[in-house]
Every structure is written in C-alpha cells, then in structure tokens.
Design a protein around this ligand. Structure first.
Ligand SMILES: Cc1cc2nc3c(=O)[nH]c(=O)nc-3n(C[C@H](O)[C@H](O)[C@H](O)COP(=O)(O)OP(=O)(O)OC[C@H]3O[C@@H](n4cnc5c(N)ncnc54)[C@H](O)[C@@H]3O)c2cc1C
Ligand code: SF4
Ligand code: SF4
Ligand code: SF4
Length: 347
C-alpha cells in the first residue's frame, strides 16, 4: 500500500494554521532546496517545493511517536516509575566554578559551563539563543564558537526562536562538524525526530552530537509579553535578567528586582502551541537542565545518555563545574516530578 508523501502544504494545514507550530525551525533547516524561511516566528514557503516530504517528517508536531523514538534513542522504553521524567541515568545538582559564567547564567551555570568545555575542541560549536541586537529581549539562534560568545548568550529568554535554523547555519555557513544544541523540550523532539526518521535530512542529525534540553512549563508570545511589560511600566530595554521562580515571573535590573507578577496572571500571553505539550523535562535530550529541585544558585541536571554523562563529567574534570548528588545540597527530585506530572495532566 502506498501512502502519499506529505509536503509543506500538509504542514500548513495540519500544524501551522492550527496554531500547533512550536517555531522550532526544523522544517526550514531540513528543506534540501532551502525553500522555507521564517517570518514573525512562522515558517513560510518562499521557493520551489520538490515534494520530498522532509519538512513534514522533521516536524515534532506533524507526528511524534514517543515509543518508537524512545526505543531507538535509549534502546528501551520507559517503565512505569519513569512515566513522568522519562529515562534518566543519573541526577545531579551542578554549579559553575567560573566567575564570568556565574555573573551571566540563569541558575547554576551548568549549561554554559558544559558548553565551554565542549567548544574548547576544534571544529566544534554550540547553537544557543542569543539576544537579537536590533530587538529588545528577542532571542535568535546563535552559533557560539568560544567561551566569550557562550557567556554572552547565557540566561533564559522566555520566548522562542527557531533554534534548528542555527544548526543549519553552523553546518552550511561555518562548516562546523560537531555541534551541541540547547533547546526547549519541543526543539529537542524535533532533533530526535530528524535523527530517527528514515526520510530526513541526515546532514543535521549527523552533526549534532550533544543535545541539552531545558525544563519548560510554557513560553510566551514575544509581542504580547513586551506589550504587557510596557503596560505595567517596565522599561524592558533596561532589564538585565528575567526569572521564573516559585510561581512568580520576575524582572531584574542588575541585582535589583524591578517587577514581579504571579505567573498565573500571564496565562493569556502563553503561546497556543504550548497548550498541548506534555514534556516538562526535555525527555529526549542527552542532558536536561532546570532550576526546580535544587537550591538557588544550582542547576538540577538529569543525565539521560552516555554522551550527556561524558559531556558533563568532562566539564567537571576540567574544573569548570561542581557536581553533587541532589540530596547533598538539599535538592528534592520530587519537586521536578510534581511539575512534570502537573504538565502531563494539565495539557
Ligand atoms: C522558556 C524557558 C522556560 C523555562 N521554564 C522552566 C521551568 O518551568 N522550570 C525550571 O526549573 N526551569 C525552567 N527553565 C530552565 C531555566 O530557566 C534555566 O535555563 C536552566 O535552569 C539552566 O540554567 P543554567 O544556569 O545552567 O543555564 P545558563 O548557563 O544560563 O544557559 C542557558 C542556555 O539556554 C539558552 N537559552 C535561553 N533561552 C532559550 C530559549 N528560549 N530557547 C533556547 N535556548 C535558550 C541560552 O542561550 C544558554 O545557552 C526554562 C527555560 C526557558 C528558556
Ligand atoms: S522541498 Fe521538501 S522539505 Fe522543502 S518544502 Fe517541499 S516537501 Fe518540504
Ligand atoms: S518543524 Fe517546527 S517550525 Fe516547522 S512547522 Fe513543525 S513545529 Fe513549526
Ligand atoms: S511548553 Fe512545550 S511547546 Fe511550549 S515551548 Fe515549552 S516545550 Fe515547547
């Protein structure tokens, strides 16, 4: 029985027009004839389509068979007690030992420090989310090749950017051969779909050898968030850090807290695509990182694969991070479990 190849038109109908597109950039990065671009966070067909079906097959929202992908990546499926967090080899509390990272990072600096070690070898880079210099707090995919660029791109941006477009540019423009990617759970799913599909752009999956996923409950629509903050009198261009802690959304200017609001008051700003998402801890990443579960100033790190363990321990052995058992610093894995469960039940 032959099934008709699904192309960009099908993505438009099944995903984009239904506001299910997460804006990961997998379709644009994968198109072999570069016919897809992004306009205002939405993929658009701008050239000839050769009906290869690769964009449809790369999208984490057109289809994502968790059971199949999981067994291909981890060699088995999760058992009942792993239902909420997925397959985890080990869990740690991690803190950077580096002053420059400590000043710029969101929590414990686990992500930036691990990446600093990763890019210290030649022909390597990390695709991260930097701030677009022409916009206020708008993230853009950025190919970081050294420590200074990683430190500059540290910190959480609570809106989304098409991170996979950065992977394409690391390969095509910078000719880099080994790539680490930081992404939200949905973006990590896109990378894993590309890695495990038969008809996909293997150029992308072959080059990405470390996937660091962040914990994520939701992201905000960029325009709506900026408008909201301005309406509350916040001078967004002066904000140096945003944070979400214990149910509060907080804005800082240097050390000073200049705005704070209950997260529940921002529900209207959450992107429609996040409403169907059940993955809190980036269940398909090599390493997943968040703040919940650890004390302030530490990152909670869930290691899922050999690559993840190796990247983290190489950074530790280089003296870039302290790695402790969660309990040693008063961390509580049940807090992570609670939020992971909440997300699965609520969406
Ligand atoms: C939208 C969003 C929602 C989050 N929600 C939660 C939550 O509910 N609970 C929780 O415990 N943790 C959450 N986190 C994770 C948390 O904010 C920290 O990113 C995490 O603890 C890592 O801290 P760190 O100090 O190790 O990271 P850092 O060393 O500061 O590095 C962070 C890395 O993430 C990249 N990055 C930042 N924003 C984005 C983005 N939008 N897309 C892709 N990459 C990005 C940066 O470029 C940098 O490389 C969220 C993060 C984001 C971006
Ligand atoms: S050429 Fe292939 S990847 Fe590009 S838009 Fe058409 S179906 Fe999608
Ligand atoms: S691949 Fe990503 S950006 Fe493209 S349609 Fe699917 S979710 Fe949207
Ligand atoms: S809630 Fe889900 S869809 Fe939304 S940004 Fe987070 S991982 Fe992506």
């Amino acid at each position: 029985m032959s099934t008709k190849t699904k192309v960009f038109g099908n993505l438009l109908v099944d995903v984009i027009k239904k506001e299910r597109c997460v804006g990961c950039g997998a379709c644009a990065a994968s198109c072999p004839v570069k016919s897809i671009t992004f306009e205002n966070g939405i993929p658009k067909l701008v050239g000839l389509c050769i009906s290869c079906g690769i964009c449809y097959n790369s999208c984490p929202r057109s289809m994502f068979d968790e059971t199949v992908v999981e067994s291909k990546i981890f060699g088995r499926n999760r058992i009942e007690k792993e239902a909420e967090l997925g397959i985890v080899k080990s869990q740690y509390a991690v803190k950077t030992t580096q002053e420059d990272v400590g000043r710029s990072c969101q929590d414990g600096g686990a992500v930036t420090s691990t990446l600093i070690k990763f890019v210290s070898e030649s022909e390597r880079c990390a695709v991260v989310a930097a701030i677009d210099e022409n916009m206020i707090w708008q993230p853009k995919p950025f190919v970081a090749k050294n420590r200074a660029e990683l430190v500059k791109a540290a910190g959480s941006k609570y809106t989304s950017c098409p991170i996979l477009v950065g992977v394409d540019s690391a390969i095509s423009e910078y000719k880099l051969k080994e790539i680490a990617v930081v992404g939200m759970p949905c973006q990590i799913r896109a990378l894993r779909r590309i890695e495990t599909e038969e008809v996909a752009n293997s150029r992308l999956s072959d080059a990405v050898n470390l996937k660091i996923g962040l914990f994520c409950m939701e992201t905000f629509d960029y325009e709506d968030l900026i408008k909201f903050l301005e309406s509350e009198g916040v001078e967004v261009s002066k904000i140096t850090k945003f944070a979400i802690t214990r149910g509060q959304f907080i804005a800082y200017q240097g050390e000073k807290k200049v705005f704070e609001v209950k997260l529940s008051k921002l529900k209207k700003l959450v992107r429609a695509c996040c409403e169907e998402c059940k993955d809190f801890t980036s269940e398909f990443a090599d390493i997943s990182v968040g703040n919940v579960g650890s004390p302030d100033g530490w990152s909670t790190v869930l290691v899922r694969t050999e690559q993840g363990e190796s990247a983290l321990m190489t950074a530790r052995d280089a003296g870039l991070i302290e790695v402790k058992r969660l309990e040693e610093v008063g961390g509580v894995i049940e807090e992570v479990l609670k939020l992971a469960k909440l997300k699965k039940n609520k969406n």
